[in-house]
Structures are given as C-alpha cells and as structure tokens.
Design a protein around this ligand. Structure first.
Ligand code: SF4
Length: 428
C-alpha cells in the first residue's frame, strides 16, 4: 500500500481551501470550499475502507451499482484525472508494456494501480461503448488485480428492450459476485434510498442547467469543468442545494463569474486541464456555459434524454433505473445521440462557438469531428474549432501552440460578434 496519491490529494484540497478562504474570487463558487471538504472526507473514508480490507469495485459511471452490492466504489478514471505528477504514472504503464498512444487519463489511472497507489479492485465491470481506451484500461486493471471481470453487452438505441437486456446482465453480476466474493450481498433497501436521493439530485442539476441560460453566465470556466454529479446521498443533495442557491443569487443579480462576458463557448469532450488555457478564457472574457462530455446530456436532462419515462415509454423498476444510468452515455450510442443534444444546448444556452478538443488516442472524438463541424455550421451557423492537445503530456512547445490557436480563434469570434456578424465563420 503506497499512500503517495492519497497524501498528495489531501494536500491539494487543503491548499485549495486555504487559497479560497484567503482571497475569494468571483471566478470560483464559494461553495467549492464545502465541496473540497467533502472530497477530504471521502479520501479519509476510502483510506479506512482500504486499510480494513473492504472489497473495492471499479465500474465507471455505475458507482451506485457497486454500493448496493456492498462494494466500496472506486472512481478509477477520475483518479487518473487528478494526479499531480502524471509522468510518474505514464512511466509505470509504459514499463508494464502499455503504449503511450492512448489518451492520457486512461494511462495515469492504470499507472496508479500498477504502482500500488490505489486500492486493488475485487470486481471490475465495463461495457461496450465507443471509448475503447476506457474499456481496455479497465480490462487491464482487472488483469493486474486478479479481479472478477464482467463486460456488459450494451445494445444500441435507448429502447426498453435494450434496457431490459442490460438489467438482466446486472442481475447476473449480482449472482456471480455474491457467489464468489465474501461479504457481498445485494441490499434492496439501500438501492431505494440511493434512488430517492438520486432523483432529488437530478432535479437540482436540471435547475443548474436553467441558470446557465443567463447572460452573463454565473458559472466560471473552471467551475464549468467541475462535473455536477448526480448525488445519491442526503449530504450530497444538501450541499448541492447550497451550491445552486449561490449560482441562482448570482444569476438574479446579473453577476457573471468573469469580469466582462464577450463570448459563450461550448467545449467538448475532455477538459483542457492547463492553467494557461483557463487564463486565456478568463482574460478574454470567454465563458463556458456548457461542457459536452459522455453523460452530460443525460445528467442535465437535456430533453428528452435525461427523463427515463419519456425515454423508455414507461415507469421503470428500481434495478431498471440502475441499468438506465449505465445505458444513458452518449458514448454508448450512435453519433446523433451525441450531437442532437449539443445542437439543443447551443440554442438554449446562447452559445457563440464550439471548441472540439481532441486528445491523441481518443477514437471517439476523432471519428465524430467531421459530422459535428458540418452539423453545427449548417444548423446553427456558428464556428467550430478543431483543437488538438493532450490532457497532461503536452510538451511546452505543443501547449503554447495549442493555446495560440485557441486565443486566435476566440479573438476572431469576439470581433465578429462585436461587429454584429456572430455567424461569420473564422477560417480555422
Ligand atoms: S472519450 Fe476520449 S478522452 Fe475520454 S476516456 Fe475515452 S479516449 Fe479518453
């Protein structure tokens, strides 16, 4: 057990709390302090679970499912996003024989596991969807931990038949885990409790979306990339109520998170994670009312995608609701499930331009680029920037070039908008 990652995370959140308390900034929400305290408590709880030998499970996007069986859910890919020294983990993955031509977050997650800095899972579940690197990194995690591995066959189309098929597989996983892993037992009461808080939380997340329609946008670029997870606990929902109250107060007073909003951008599909990039957005007056990632459309109930009854044409049973959480990802479907909500959001949130950010190895976004830019330009008449960069492993020269292209594009969009020609398309 190597506690480097946990200790670094604890120091990071403590430092952020101190920084916000010492000099509050409108670029961040004040409720971030409470969010960071919850992260610290979560790190403590996870460490305790690891030390006491509780069985961990990795199942991206299906943490609820792990909890109702008695596993401690570990958000494997998200941990890869948070590392403070990425090259340490890339080296570990390369040394174990993996290629660096995958997207950065899938390699850092694997490196964490290989170095013994994250709790090894007893169960790993992944499913068929367009992000092959994420699926393959979970396969590798299962292999190196000797864990029980189950691949969900997730059919195309948000139909009830497809959902029923996924639900049957969830019951099969429960049966296998109860039979082979000591201490595992499905708990229906816990499922009903979690679903109750999840439904409450979804209503709040939708209200957050409504607030983003305000000009100027009450949420700053960095907070826009902080995902508004649907929270399956009373504590999480209460925190989210306070967060929403802060955003609503800003919106009602007409206060934006950045000084003077000059442009509104939708950003796809991974965050840029570079301090310089955020500085460009903030200094140029560019807000990011929308971050378009795999589960975003469903998370914010961008109609009709997030609403189970509309989507499947009937009320769902509790386990079917869990299956719907797994089944909803825009990554798990055809291109229109990814692009239709983007078009809706751009109209509703008054988006001026789209930044399509691509990481090498991200087969999903690569295959969609042409379709996205054609549809956005034809249906909305707004420009799309095809921006390439890495999440962590950019050289300083490549990072500077990426930021130069971004700043040039944003400047052209701002000039066109201020000249009264927002639909004019810069050559990019
Ligand atoms: S969708 Fe792209 S960026 Fe996200 S995990 Fe998959 S390959 Fe990486």
């Amino acid at each position: 057990m190597d506690l480097t990652f946990f200790n670094e995370q604890i120091k990071k959140y403590e430092r952020r709390i101190r920084a916000i308390e010492a000099s509050p900034s409108s670029a961040f929400l004040k409720t971030n302090v409470e969010l960071y305290r919850m992260e610290l408590e979560n790190l403590d709880r996870t460490l305790e679970a690891w030390k006491s030998g509780r069985p961990f499970a990795i199942m991206p996007g299906m943490e609820i499912f792990a909890r109702i069986m008695g596993f401690y859910p570990w958000n494997y890919i998200a941990a890869g996003d948070r590392v403070t020294d990425p090259s340490r983990y890339l080296d570990a993955a390369i040394k174990a024989g993996y290629s660096d031509h995958s997207c950065d977050r899938t390699l850092t997650a694997l490196g964490l596991l290989l170095r013994g800095e994250m709790p090894p899972p007893r169960l790993v579940v992944s499913m068929r969807f367009a992000c092959e690197p994420e699926r393959l990194t979970t396969v590798a995690a299962a292999k190196h931990s000797d864990a029980l591995y189950y691949a969900i066959d997730n059919p195309l189309g948000w139909t009830y038949e497809a959902l029923k098929y996924v639900t049957e597989q969830l019951w099969e996983i429960i049966g296998l885990a109860e039979k082979t892993i000591p201490g595992i037992q499905y708990d229906e009461d816990l499922l009903l409790e979690i679903l109750h808080w999840t439904d409450e939380s979804k209503k709040l997340v939708r209200q957050n979306y409504e607030m983003r329609k305000n000009v100027p946008c009450p949420i700053g670029p960095k907070d826009a990339f902080r995902l508004d997870y649907v929270r399956g606990s009373k504590r999480g929902v209460e925190h989210y109520e306070r967060r929403l109250a802060e955003i609503t107060e800003r919106a009602e007073k007409g206060v934006g998170a950045i000084k003077e909003e000059r442009l509104r951008v939708a950003w796809m599909a991974t965050g840029p994670y570079s301090r310089d990039t955020f500085k460009i957005l903030e200094e140029m007056g560019v807000s990011v009312p929308w971050f378009h990632y795999g589960g975003a459309a469903s998370m914010y109930s961008v109609v009709p995608y997030g609403e189970n009854e509309k989507r499947y044409g009937r009320k769902l049973k509790p386990m079917e609701k869990v299956a719907a959480l797994a089944h909803f990802s825009g990554w798990a479907q055809t291109a229109d499930y990814w692009i239709d909500p983007l078009i809706t959001v751009c109209r509703e949130l008054k988006i001026d331009a789209v930044v399509d950010f691509l990481q090498p190895g991200c087969v999903v976004t690569k295959g969609l680029k042409k379709i996205i830019s054609t549809r956005v330009k034809n249906e909305l008449g707004i420009p799309v920037l095809d921006l390439e960069g890495r999440q962590f492993f950019n050289s300083p020269a490549a990072q500077a070039e990426m930021n130069r292209r971004l700043a040039e594009f944003l400047e052209l969009c701002i000039q066109n908008k201020e000249a009264g020609h927002p639909a004019a398309l810069p050559e990019v």
